[in-house]
Design a protein around this ligand. Structure first.
Ligand SMILES: C[S@@+](CC[C@H](N)C(=O)[O-])C[C@H]1O[C@@H](n2cnc3c(N)ncnc32)[C@H](O)[C@@H]1O
Length: 450
């Protein structure tokens, strides 16, 4: 009776969560329990808690530090598109492409029957001559709900990298609370995409993906909210995926504006309703020379609009930003746009030193840092050229918890005074070109090491 009440309660909770259009309820994961006898050692990892999947074709174990999971195939599954080895190959390819929404493949190999904990599941072991293949992957515990927008971001990232997961259903969806992204697990139904499929817009691709059936009839996109056209449209602007509907965008704090989003995107694949596009800056930037493979650091890169522009001009770009969420979003955007730009989270105020660059970009950022003078001197020692966008009067702010705190400021009366001020801050660099005023009174200065 008690069990029945618990089941009813659980069902109710799932329905309540499910009634929110934005959240997908995730059923209970495989339950893991400590096994009798010696823990299993494989690929340098030690596993002592195991469970069995619902089809009873794989035994799964969690490592003692709960950071990796082993999948041991105990029975071939003829209905699956991929063998365990092929599944490992998909993961290896996604990892090599720096895909953010796939778990890391850590190891592969095989175990003798005596090493597999069959007895814990009432199964009989086979002849000792047989071996059982395994793969070891990064373990991401199951969250109780995952936002549909986050699932879509994972699907779009993998589509643009050339892959379809092939079995999108609640059991295969995880949420990594540290990275704040959806990770898709279980690649036994995955497929490589043709160029035509990769080139589809995310909305077209989703419709294609939902229409897919595989040899296993359960393998198709099964998320109800996506089958309802009205609900589905909330995640798209036309055919472009609204990246600003994801947890990464909702939790990033990089601008104190009403929308909370700084960089707008309006490509056929991605849309974000922010406050700035390349706009006036592009007409100035076009006039600035960029040499092939020039090493560029984009400080306060945000969603990557300027980094992507400099990449398209032939530069080798690294973007840094204090906000981990926007950096992860920028990395995923780089994968979606197929642009080789590297992004990482760094607070310039905490950087003791930096690698050397040819050019440092400081677009509407330096006054938002706290150690203005120290940061400018550090950057001046690390590059030959600085491109800085700023106004005569700047009053910086930075998020501290849920509030915005004043950081650095300046107040110059004329463009000549601002130029001198910048030359002091970035000595021995000298201003060689000035553009503006443009967007909301901003200027762009090019400074070269004297
Ligand atoms: C006004 S936005 C400018 C974004 C971009 N540079 C542009 O002009 O399009 C300022 C950016 O700088 C970042 N930022 C602020 N303080 C920072 C710091 N101390 N270190 C690194 N990034 C910082 C913010 O997170 C935000 O993304």
């Amino acid at each position: 009776m008690l069990r029945r009440i618990a089941l009813l309660l659980k069902k109710k909770l799932v329905n309540v969560a499910g009634s929110k259009p934005d959240l997908l309820s995730i059923p209970d994961d495989v339950s893991f329990a400590a096994i009798d006898g010696t823990p299993v050692t494989a690929g340098g990892y030690v596993f002592s808690e195991f469970g069995i999947n619902s089809r009873k074709n794989s035994i799964l174990g969690i490592s003692q530090c709960r950071s990796s999971v082993i999948k041991i195939q105990i029975k071939e599954e003829p209905n699956k598109a991929n063998t365990l080895e092929q599944e490992a190959q998909f993961l290896a390819e996604l990892n090599a492409a720096d895909c953010i929404s796939a778990p890391r493949l850590l190891s592969t190999g095989s175990l003798a029957p005596s090493e597999v904990p069959f007895a814990s599941f009432g199964l009989e072991r086979k002849q000792e001559s047989e071996r059982y293949s395994y793969i070891i992957m990064q373990y991401i515990p199951s969250a109780s709900t995952v936002s549909i927008a986050d699932v879509l971001l994972a699907i779009v990232e993998q589509q643009k990298l050339g892959y379809f997961h092939g079995d999108i259903k609640p059991n295969n969806v995880r949420f990594d609370p540290e990275q704040k992204i959806c990770i898709l697990i279980d690649y036994d139904q995955s497929q490589r995409l043709t160029q035509e499929q990769r080139d589809m817009t995310p909305h077209e691709f989703l419709l294609w993906a939902m229409g897919q059936t595989f040899r296993d009839s359960s393998s198709k996109v099964k998320i109800d909210a996506l089958h309802d056209e009205r609900k589905r449209n909330a995640y798209f602007n036309g055919n472009a995926f609204r990246i600003d509907s994801t947890t990464l965008y909702k939790e990033q704090m990089t601008t104190n504006s009403e929308s909370g989003v700084y960089h707008s995107f309006a490509t056929p694949d991605v849309f974000a309703d922010g406050s700035r596009i390349l706009g006036t800056r592009e007409q100035w930037l076009k006039k600035i020379a960029v040499t092939p493979d020039e090493k560029v650091l984009d400080v306060g890169c945000n969603g990557g609009v300027v980094s992507f522009y400099m990449h398209d001009r032939g530069a080798s770009v690294t973007g840094i930003d204090v906000d981990q969420c926007i950096v992860t979003a920028a990395q995923i955007l780089a994968n979606i746009f197929n642009k080789n730009v590297s992004f990482s989270a760094l607070n310039l105020d905490d950087a003791e030193t930096l690698p050397e660059y040819d050019t440092v970009l400081l677009f509407s950022v330096i006054h938002h840092t706290e150690k203005l003078e120290r940061n400018c001197s550090l950057l001046a020692t690390r590059c030959n050229r600085i491109l800085i966008e700023c106004r005569l009067v700047e009053k910086g702010k930075g998020p501290r918890g849920k509030h915005w705190k004043d950081t650095s400021e300046w107040n110059f009366e004329s463009i000549e005074d601002l130029q001198k001020g910048l030359e002091n801050l970035f000595a021995p660099h000298k201003v060689v070109r000035t553009f503006g005023p443009g967007d909301k009174g901003r200027f762009l200065f090019e400074l070269i090491k004297d």
